[in-house]
Design a protein around this ligand. Structure first.
Ligand code: TYM
Length: 334
């Protein structure tokens, strides 16, 4: 990938089947970027260790997540796709970034506050230093843009802060990455509690659309989505979070503006609107589901792609890691 194209990097945790939020907020735009950028995408299995998962399940979910990325249209001939832990540079850079991060700034991260309140029995140090590992992921590859959903904004700001501090203290090593947020779909909310984001780990299955749900399930979940009693399709996230969330999803898939959607459903009940949203989502996800079924039958192919991805990822990132170690004054092994 030696050319003048800008570098895109992003990751996703293997903590369950991707949701419609992951898809619209991130992975769909990853696919679109493959033609114009050098794209590096990975399964963030080291990040998933901040939550307890049964080991057998973790292995399985990592394989599935890799296959899901390919099913979503990430083409290993065009993009680099790999599993984070297969490239040892991430763990090494993660420690370096830990030592460049301040307790105060890590304490302000909303994701840490959220996750530690959800899992009070497992507030591990990794959960706290998670943003430092993520900063390392990004800086290792000298990424120009990081396409993510809006929930990752704070982590990106943190990455820029740490990179600036490092460059200032030890000399220029890292490029400062910019976030890249899709115009529509950057924040998809839960169908049952539209004030919190749609999340893979939600315990209420009606709250999330998994990208492998079949058409019937998708329609059913949208039918039972929480709305309001006004019976008017208009965009107002404060007063009408449920309807506004459905409009965001519909707009992200059809490309229609909020005004167009309001006009389309004027004088019609929420029933029609929910069915229309469900149908367009089911139609958009059908090819992903079909491709995924095919790929899961091809274990050798998936393993070969993982091996190849890890090898290339190591080659690219090792350059930055070595330069970083030299700047810090770590004695390099001969
Ligand atoms: P993760 O696995 O939580 O989510 C993967 C991507 O999906 C986006 N996303 C959403 N977008 C819109 N609406 C939602 N409801 C929604 N839920 C999730 C996330 O913003 C993300 O882009 N920390 C990252 C993984 C990571 C990473 C990185 C990303 C590790 N290292 C380096 C970029 C660069 C995470 O937990 O994503």
């Amino acid at each position: 990938m030696e050319n003048n194209k800008k570098i895109i990097l992003s990751g996703i945790q293997p903590t369950g089947v991707f949701t419609l939020g992951n898809y619209l907020g991130a992975v769909r735009s990853w696919k679109q970027m493959q033609e114009d950028y050098n794209c590096y995408y990975f399964i963030a299995d080291l990040h998933s260790m901040t939550i307890h998962i049964d080991p057998q399940k973790r292995r399985q979910q990592t394989r599935e997540a890799f296959a899901l990325l390919l099913a979503c249209g990430i083409d290993p001939e065009k993009s680099l796709v790999f599993v984070q832990s297969h490239n040892k540079c991430h763990a090494e850079m993660g420690w370096i970034m830990d030592c460049c991060s301040q307790f105060g700034e890590l304490s302000r991260m909303t994701q840490f506050k959220d996750k530690s309140s959800k899992h009070p029995d497992n507030i591990n140090a990794g959960l706290f230093t998670y943003p430092a590992l993520m900063a390392g992921d990004i800086l290792l590859y000298q990424a120009d843009y990081v396409p993510v959903g809006a929930d990752q904004t704070q982590h990106l700001e943190f990455t820029r802060d740490v990179a600036t501090r490092f460059n200032h203290t030890y000399g220029e090593v890292f490029k400062l990455p910019e976030g890249y947020f899709p115009k529509a779909g950057a924040r998809v909310m839960s169908l049952q509690d539209p004030t919190s984001k749609m999340s893979k780990s939600d315990t209420n299955p009606k709250a999330t659309i998994s990208i492998l749900d079949d058409e019937k399930t998708i329609l059913k979940k949208f039918k039972s989505a929480v709305t309001d009693s006004e019976a008017c399709v208009r965009f107002d996230p404060e007063a009408k979070p449920g309807v506004s969330n459905l409009m965001t999803i519909y707009s992200a898939i059809t490309g229609k503006t909020m005004e167009e959607i309001t006009a389309e459903f004027a004088g019609r009940g929420y029933g029609d609107f929910k069915t229309a949203v469900g149908e367009c989502v089911a139609e958009a996800l059908r090819p992903v589901r079909e491709k995924y079924e095919e790929l899961m039958q091809e274990r050798t192919y998936l393993e070969e792609q993982m091996r190849r991805g890890a090898e290339i990822a190591d080659k690219i990132s090792r350059r930055t890691l070595t330069k970083t170690k030299k700047k810090i004054g770590l004695l390099l092994e001969k």
